[in-house]
Design a protein around this ligand. Sequence first.
Ligand code: IVH
Length: 669
Amino acid sequence: MTDITRAALEADMLRREIERHNQLYYVEAKPEISDYDFDMLLEKLIRLERQFPELVTPDSPSQRVGGSVTRVFASVQHREPMLSLSNTYSSGEVEEFYTRLGKLLLLEGLEDGEMVAELKFDGVAVSLLYHNGILVRGATRGDGLSGDDITANIKTIPSIPLRLPDGAGVDGEIEVRGEVFMRREDFDRMNDSRPDEDRFANPRNATAGTLKLQDSAEVARRKMSFVAYFLKGPGAGGDSQFDRLVRLEGLGFYTGGHYRLCRGVQEILAFIDEWSQKRRTLPYETDGVVLKLNDAALWDRIGATAKSPRWAIAYKYPAEEAKTILLDVVFQVGRLGTITPVAELEPVLLAGSTVSRSTLHNFDEIQRLGLMLRDRVIIEKSGEVIPKVKRTVLEERPLDAAPIVLPESCPECSSTLVRPEGEVSFYCPNEDGCPAQIRGRLLHFASRHAMDIQTLGEALVDQLVSKGLVKDAGDLYFLQEPQLEQLERMGRKSAQNVLRAIDESRSISYERLLYSLGIRHVGRATARELANAYPDMEALRHAREEELSMVPDIGPVVARSISEYFARPAFTELLEKLRQAALQMRASEPKLQINRNFEGMTVLFTGTLEAHGRQEASELVLERGGRVVGSVSKKTSLVVAGRDAGSKLEKALKLGVRVITEDEFTAML
Ligand code: IVH
């Protein structure tokens, strides 16, 4: 056997094995091997394919890690229009739909038909084409007739099979439609690593934004999922929607599994009712129920209006609402100077928690809502993470309602506010002098994912700034014990603790230092890319805007913001202090050599580590794509047990979490 034949056989075997484990993990939620072993298989395949590039196939799991960059998405025609559904909001409307459909069925000489009730996933619709069982195209809905070809991005989604099972009878072309979505957990992880100013409001927006990214490697990192609800083509299997869903599962697609065949309107309403609360326990967002005529052979005969079929409808659950009183509006100044109006509300219970504040986003929003102080307002919580003020109840406006006065100057430093052209927000332009901005920057600098100086909380920062002891993060490193001791609630002991924590932060990596600076639009991911491209602060500082925009993940807006930041005289001062304080101004080792062996893993250290300090060990995991946690749960991927490990180790063993020694950890690095 020649080398290449042997390699071809091995690659084929690896691919099948990897896809099988992928299925077990992402579709069936029954993993058989650890994430680590899985990554090893994948790495082996990638190595083999690098050695023999002619062996790379379009359905190889190696394609899932992304990497290709698409400049513009090609527009592609759908095989048949991707219709949308008309919405209903009450059981009455559902009954009307059912009666209407019954009449249409009578015209066909049929008694009322069975319906399939499915959950309505809150994501983004896509169409997938398979040719002889191989995924050849993924496209967005677009205008329904043609959409964008987003195949490279689609291939990064692990729950989408790149190849359908052999012998499944899927010759020729079949089309699968469904929804790309983000599980809440994946959404939170992704969103938390973004700078505040770039956070997505909910998983659906994040999904839509991610599918449009041109860099498929970034798409892969964001972890999206896919649920299938439509199948067409030879081998579609059965001529009912129910059978097709079962068939989709047989082909390796995730359907969510929560669909039901309903006879008569009562069973439909019972399904809607049952899921109205239960849906909150699902790990992803759903916003309603979709009802489809089960007999797919009738779909064409019953037909569609211009926009939506007559044989299906969506029922949307009402967003949870509550009525309360607007007590006051306060204006907060963020660390980037943005003025955010915040509604202070009479506390009210909404979707299981008490709400007493809610952001009003910007001044336009206050105007749009026509808000006045003491108004009765409806607040709502839908797919959004934070509740929002939806509307004013004008009929109940009290006689003493008072207008909300929008500030013209900064509530903190009285500078005249500015509104950059084309932006919705007002800003305080006093970047270097506004105490609110200084405090915000310091708190960001000290935050967990930044320099992680835990003793530096809000109360202390307030005092440091108002007493003029600290003007920027650099000043922290020159604080003296007597200066701290004179502050409120600060004894000798706490002062020493604070200084020690500040001191320890000197060893935090260059990459994290970059994130800690709080440059607009630079979150953790961007900081990592920056550190890779410019492993030295001096080089980064002198990089020109055009150069910066060549760095992966950095577009023109971000490049502009970075170069503006470095051009500020205040930054030169800060940099000088940080340098004198001996912070990490360059990457510790060439970033390219670092593997991603801990990608997606949550790691816990317990007991005493001999070879590495805690801080260092944590850094090593972070650099390799993992996360470090402080307590064990079923979801913990790995526990590293050092000398004298105690209760956490016991708990890990009880929960069946993988436990390794420090030596094994070092080997994994
Ligand atoms: S069926 C003609 N089923 O909701 C059939 N759609 O408002 C069209 N959606 O565009 C779609 N879950 O993006 C269908 N189980 C489900 C769904 C679902 C979510 C989305 C889909 C569609 C929109 C219609």
